[in-house]
Design a binder for this molecule. Structure first.
Ligand code: COA
Length: 249
């Protein structure tokens, strides 16, 4: 068992804290497994009203562990990363994210599925899938163009351009940008705890209604992206780019 994911319970709030500072909170198969399981348990637990996903004040996450991608790439939809995606898509409780520092790859795309996202203004978000010989994942090829328009989405997904927390809030990808990391983490916790004061069933029915129109299409897109992503991970260009990151260390 690893402490790379720390589960903290505060009243009816469950916090999932990414805690692998030496690797910038890069997500391993084991971490996806723990995150997925925690989300499923939170979903089933009537004592939990909200889930908060956070990293540290220095880093949200550098995305998928690149060594893992090379050594044990996901092979099918049962892989921990895709099971985690399904658990987040299926979570009926409100999910809040607190983001400071880098949020790379899935660190950005998972935010598209959270209900409320608080970022530090100087957070650094990026989806460098093409730069790694990969392709968009977790519904980003559908949700991002819809949110920011094709022209801007092309900069983010076809060029892999990074952007700030402030820009994320301006685009509506984040709920609010706060002046500092500490303020972003504090605000996210305060909002997440406030679900204690709201009728849980009313909140969950409301979330379900908001998600329902896109649910089936999103599920299909996530699966189609996953199949191509798995294929791309085995491509010579992805192996060269991923090995390049590891070898320059
Ligand atoms: N997978 C595996 N290890 C990673 C990692 C990742 N995604 N991101 C960072 N690390 C490791 C580095 O190899 C380094 O390990 P080392 O100290 O053993 O050499 C350590 O974490 C610190 O990373 P470093 O790059 O020195 O930190 P930084 O503050 O200069 O930069 C990032 C932080 C997140 C901008 C940079 O690490 C980065 O771009 N990471 C890769 C992100 C990525 O492409 N993710 C995959 C998306 S699909």
């Amino acid at each position: 068992m690893t402490d790379a994911i720390v589960l903290e319970r505060e009243g009816s709030l469950l916090t999932l804290r990414l805690n692998r500072a030496d690797k910038k909170n890069a997500l391993t198969r084991a971490m996806y497994g723990q995150l997925g399981q925690a989300l499923r348990e939170a979903d089933a637990d009537p004592g939990i009203n909200a889930v908060l996903i956070r990293g540290s004040s220095e880093c949200f996450t550098s995305g998928n562990d690149i060594a893992d991608f090379l050594e044990e790439p996901p092979s099918d939809l049962d892989s921990p990363v895709f099971a985690f995606m399904r658990s987040l898509l299926d979570c009926r409780k409100p999910v809040i994210a607190a983001v400071a520092g880098p949020a790379v790859g899935i660190g950005t795309t998972l935010l598209l599925h959270c209900d409320l996202v608080y970022v530090s203004a100087d957070a650094r978000l990026r989806m460098p899938f093409v730069n790694l010989g990969l392709c968009p994942e977790f519904g980003s090829s559908l949700l991002l163009p819809r949110l920011v328009g094709h022209a801007t989405a092309a900069r983010l997904l076809l060029l892999g351009e990074g952007f700030s927390g402030e820009q994320a809030a301006a685009w509506g990808l984040a709920t609010e940008a706060l002046p500092s990391a500490e303020q972003a983490l504090a605000k996210a916790r305060e909002v997440a705890l406030s679900f204690d004061q709201l009728a849980p069933a009313a909140v969950q029915v409301s979330k379900a209604l908001m998600k329902a129109p896109d649910r089936e299409q999103l599920r299909q897109v996530v699966e189609a992206e996953a199949a191509l992503f798995v294929e791309r991970l085995r491509s010579p260009e992805a192996i060269a780019a991923l090995s390049g990151f590891i070898n320059k260390r």
